[in-house]
Design a protein around this ligand. Structure first.
Ligand code: SF4
Ligand code: SF4
Ligand code: SF4
Ligand code: FES
Length: 575
């Protein structure tokens, strides 16, 4: 049991526990201490100083100062307020001209504090050494002028095991020049940056243009994980009604149709199951690796190209549905596919990279034209005064809709393998698998869990890896012993796409569990439980995916070794 101690906060006696920080105690007692760089995911010394408090007359950072018996803390003395104001003023002076088109504008802690502490920006002389803007591949923008040197991005990139961000000789954050290291676009640095210095490459301004063009049909397709998170931006509980509210809101914004990516997740299940069984029959390519997370695919293509043959060749749900819209749906509706603009609403910034892959084009057209993250679409709603909380729920458009429970669970770690092995079981035995696929943590393999599933007389070993860091050890084992497992599911983001780099920023230490529960509740509400029972998917196969050439062009690809991405320094003020 933790040892109890007493401290004084603003002269009031408060019980605390040994090992807690001043911020922990303040939060539990609903005492407001502002924070910026503090993040519960990172165990480190934070440094922005916004959480400063007076401790026995000395200034300390509340988020990393441990409590001691009889400590006297003042959270709002004049000295504290003056120091916070000075620090906020220094930070905000570099920022204030760029707030108007920032996706965090309606949800920005820095802006909130600036208003609260009445800060007027000072005139600032540009720092030509520091104030550079980097574009990292097609996915990330890093504006160093906004950076407050908290190092959260470096720490979280290291925690992912990628170590792409480092420091230059002046001590400023930069993308590494090491040709053996590359960004995989997981976006975890963005979700841990307190001031929007790192953000996704913004596509929201371009997406608004075709709404005005009467010759264009603009279609939104929404990812599973969105519905378990976007409510956070609007004070809603994340439940199943969100997708119906989203449908109304997207139409109000200007989209002509709203489809559900989960339908294509069910197609992925059908095709990956076939791919797996074929590999078993051929006796090669097992263990098979999941392929619907583009960051994971890039990780293999860049860091482990010798293992590429293990990646399933099936495209991701995002790309498959885009392809179906521009072929099958366009034919049905008698619409010229070149007039269709497909916009995917995604939890992910890696999808911005995925859609640029040339091999995904069909008849010369991109399968998906734009990716908007959960943060971007929330910004557009708020800018256009569309409040998800107040809006009347509508319905997703009927045609490419109706998903199974397993497709919804693609949004969280373990969901893909659970979905695929239900269909593999059905294909191999003719019966349904009703039992839960039960994953257990693996000793000596952090972030990895193993499930064993008996199908006929064989026991299949399925490993899921949560976040990218844990996977290298598994891959090293597979290089030595291909029988180490039969199927490997990797989602680059912690918890899977619900913790994706495009999701709302959160400092709730339990946010991943809450989102998993929300997604699972939405999944349980679905009448169709497995992909192979989805009647819409059956109709797609009967009417369109009824020959090998079409299945190949819509659902399959070939992955290949890749070089380091193009990362460039942008001219000042150009993003
Ligand atoms: S996107 Fe991921 S890999 Fe790239 S810099 Fe950020 S944390 Fe590192
Ligand atoms: S880019 Fe953001 S997370 Fe990284 S050091 Fe700067 S402020 Fe901190
Ligand atoms: S886990 Fe999901 S959100 Fe994260 S990079 Fe992969 S696909 Fe994108
Ligand atoms: S919030 Fe405590 S140092 Fe930044």
């Amino acid at each position: 049991m933790k040892k109890k101690i007493l401290i004084l906060i603003d002269h009031k006696k408060i019980q605390a526990f040994k090992g807690e920080t001043i911020l922990d105690v303040a939060k539990r007692n609903k005492i407001d201490i502002p924070t910026l760089c503090y993040h519960p995911d990172l165990n480190k010394d934070f440094n922005c100083g916004i959480c400063c408090v007076e401790v026995n007359g000395e200034m300390k950072n509340a988020c990393c100062t441990k409590v001691q018996n009889n400590m006297e803390v003042l959270v709002n003395s004049n000295k504290v307020k003056r120091l916070r104001q000075q620090r906020l003023s220094d930070m905000f002076s570099k920022h204030y001209k760029e707030c108007d088109d920032c996706v965090l504008k309606f949800n920005c802690e820095l802006l909130r504090l600036v208003k609260k502490y009445n800060i007027t920006p000072k005139a600032v002389v540009k720092n030509i050494i520091k104030d550079k803007t980097f574009q990292i591949g097609p996915s990330l923008i890093f504006d160093r002028a906004k950076c407050i040197d908290c190092d959260n991005c470096i720490d979280v990139c290291d925690r992912q095991g990628v170590c792409f961000l480092t420091k230059d000789s002046n001590g400023y954050v930069i993308p590494t020049n090491d040709k053996n290291k590359d960004c995989i676009y997981c976006g975890q640095c963005i979700t841990h940056c307190p001031v929007g210095a790192l953000e996704a490459v913004g596509e929201f301004e371009e997406v608004e243009l075709p709404f005005q063009d009467k010759n264009k049909i603009v279609i939104a397709q929404i990812a599973p994980a969105i519905r378990a998170t976007i409510g956070e931006e609007f004070g809603l509980v994340n439940n199943e009604l969100i997708s119906d509210r989203l449908s109304t809101a997207l139409k109000k914004l200007g989209f002509d149709y709203v489809f559900d990516v989960c339908v294509a997740a069910d197609c992925v299940v059908i095709e990956e199951s076939k791919d797996f069984i074929k590999r078993l029959d051929n006796g090669s390519g097992v263990p098979m690796f999941s392929s619907c997370c583009p960051s994971w695919v890039k990780f293999i293509e860049f860091y482990y190209p010798d293992l590429i043959p293990h990646l399933s060749n099936v495209r991701s749900p995002n790309i498959i549905l885009g392809g179906l819209i521009k072929t099958f749906w366009a034919q049905k509706k008698k619409i010229d596919p070149s007039k269709i603009i497909v916009v995917s609403i995604m939890p992910c910034i890696s999808k911005k990279y995925e859609i640029t892959r040339e091999e995904y084009r069909i008849n010369g057209l991109m399968t998906v034209d734009y990716i908007l993250t959960t943060r971007e679409i929330s910004y557009l709603f708020k800018k256009n005064k569309i409040d998800l909380k107040k809006i009347k729920p509508g319905k997703l458009d009927n045609f490419l809709n109706n998903s199974s429970e397993v497709a919804i669970n693609f949004g969280s770690s373990g969901g893909v393998s659970a979905a695929i092995f239900r269909t593999i079981y059905k294909d191999m035995t003719g019966s349904e698998l009703f039992n839960k696929i039960d994953f257990k943590n693996m000793n000596n393999f952090p972030e990895c869990s193993l499930a064993k599933l008996k199908i006929k007389d064989r026991i299949f070993k399925i490993i899921k890896v949560n976040g990218i860091k844990g996977v290298s050890k598994v891959l090293e084992e597979i290089r030595i012993n291909p029988n180490f497992c039969d199927y490997l599911e990797v989602m680059a983001c912690p918890g899977g796409c619900i913790g994706g780099g495009g999701q709302p920023l959160s400092k709730d230490a339990h946010i991943i569990e809450k989102r998993i529960q929300a997604l699972s509740k939405i999944g349980k509400s679905k009448k169709t439980k497995t992909a192979h029972k989805n009647v819409v998917v059956q109709m797609i196969y009967e009417e369109y995916l009824n020959n090998k050439a079409r299945i190949n062009s819509i659902c399959y690809t070939k992955f290949k070794k890749c070089k380091k991405g193009i990362h460039k320094i942008l001219p000042s003020g150009s993003h």
